[in-house]
Design a protein around this ligand. Structure first.
Ligand SMILES: [Zn+2]
Length: 156
């Protein structure tokens, strides 16, 4: 089965959902402030994810793809987006969780002074974001993330 990659535009309060969609390898852009038509039109190539029904008529008229999701439960939000677009429950971890830029493989020796000792000793697959400088690795939290994703999938 081919991997389906979507481009999303998310309302500014959906940062947790943004993080998870990025974990799954999707192209996620977040609104900086309130929803406005200018920004929506400028990002017409993206699917707009919102918690508000207020813009539905306008979005339809503007022919912008969108999905309305509940405001609070982020796990339900993740579930709804993945189900709705038929996306895989699979962690790709190829995009920065903070800014969405593509991650590159990092040599852990080069970052030794900023990696916590425990992570340096036990973690693997270090990656680096050249856009915002964030460093990522797989370790105990990675197992936790996989469990959370399984849990979301199971309840979904
Ligand atoms: Zn980044």
């Amino acid at each position: 089965m081919g991997k389906r990659q979507f481009k999303f535009l998310l309302e500014s309060n959906l940062f947790k959902l943004a993080k998870w969609l990025r974990f799954l390898g999707h192209d996620v852009k977040m609104l900086k402030g309130k929803i406005n038509t200018k920004v929506l039109i400028a990002n017409q190539d993206r699917i707009f994810i919102t918690t508000s029904r207020k813009w539905e008529d306008w979005l339809k008229k503007a022919r912008i793809d969108y999905l309305v999701i509940p405001r609070h439960d982020w796990k339900l939000q993740v579930c709804m987006v993945l189900k709705h677009f038929g996306l895989e429950f699979h962690l790709l971890l190829n995009k920065c969780a903070h800014c969405g830029s593509k991650l590159t493989v990092a040599d852990k020796e080069r970052f030794r002074n900023i990696i916590p000792t425990r992570a340096y000793e036990t973690a693997y697959d270090f990656t680096y974001c050249s856009n915002c400088g964030a460093l990522f690795w797989k370790g105990t939290h990675y197992e936790g993330m996989k469990r959370v994703l399984e849990e979301i999938k199971f309840k979904c």
